[in-house]
Write a protein that binds this ligand. Sequence first.
Ligand code: RFL
Ligand code: PHB
Length: 392
Amino acid sequence: MARTQVAIIGAGPSGLLLSQLLHLHGIDSVVLERQSRDHVEGRIRAGVLEQGTVDLLTMAKVDHRLQRERLVHDGFALGFAGRSFRVDLKGLTGTGVSVYGQTEVTKDLMDARAAARSPPIFEAGNVGIAGFDGDHPTVRYTHEGRSHELVCDYIIGCDGYHGVCRRSVPAALIQTFERVYPFGWLGILADVPPASHELVYSNHPRGFAMCSMRSLTRSRYYVQCGLEEPVDAWPDSRFWDELRLRLPVDVAEAVVTGPSIEKSIAPLRSFVVEPLRFGRLFLVGDAAHIVPPTGAKGLNLAAADVRILYRALVERFRTGRTHLLDRYSDQVLRRIWMAERFSWWFTSVTHKFSDDPFGHRLQLAELDYLTGSTAALTSLAENYVGLPFSPD
Ligand code: RFL
Ligand code: PHB
């Protein structure tokens, strides 16, 4: 039977970042991951980092490549009613955002954990957690055909929306809040230069579209699509045609097409559970909350949870005091609900919700108001770049 101080389930960005920060503070952890390293590194997901997330990655000493390769964006464009409007993030808030893929963040963290001779245990099967309502939680799993048991002080569920940790909590102790949207995002990645040097979010009567990027030679584009549509119904040519129809004309004309190197459909969902602590089990990141990707908040919110939790764990192991752990759930839920609100709102004003001409007119009025009001724009900008953390 093995022992560690903190057992972390899931080697996504939350689990890896928590493990790395704990390691830098002399706290020992084991990360168990269901998938292979290649699988985890190959998932194409988020692309925008708030400055608070960059700062945390710097604290975790995994910002070497990030500082060199990130693209700093001081604004983004909103397309609607045939026009395009720039949101000057830097001018409105004093800060911008960094474009650097989640794939790269994950790779940097994996490299750091491997360099510290503490890589995750990949392809850990049948992970089961127990005893978190008492003083001696345990994690059971199988690896390379053998069964293992890990005894620990705390279990941290960083295992995403489909993970095992949240599902291990008795139903009577946990409350779920959810909103499912009647559409998804079809995303493609292509090795072509981006159509615009900044991101573009476009409200169009045919549905939402957006332009993002991973580098100056790799573009990421999305179009709103039906939930029932198979990816096969979207050959590249159809995707490029639909994208151009939905973008402001100047952006559409600048789109460079090419073969997709990844294409997938993600459903949109808002989801939160409360609380996030159950005795010696804590939920972090997508295991506890999901936002629709419109506000680019998913990964940043996961990092914000880690920021609060690692300090609470450091305090507990240094002094024995649990007051910060006791506050974790309430503290992170405030920020989570603000991000839920913003992501829901930004989705609501940019997407097509069935054939609803009245609703579409309201969206246009809201966007029109935004472009004419510094107060409204500042609200959008301060949420997009990430709300400030309370002083440490
Ligand atoms: P992750 O990244 O889902 O990592 C969870 C890890 O846990 C593993 N796991 C298990 N391991 C062991 N035993 C089990 N029983 C396990 N069950 C699961 C999984 O294999 C996985 O490796 O959660 P984490 O670390 O909290 O990170 C959160 C972010 O990944 C997430 O918020 C964002 O990627 C959300 N998201 C996006 N966010 C954005 O800001 N912009 C985007 O464009 C964007 N696109 C996306 C996304 C999420 C997606 N998902 C989850 C389907 C696109 C997709 C497709
Ligand atoms: C992305 O680059 O994948 C991305 C960027 C911003 C978003 C969503 C996705 O709001």
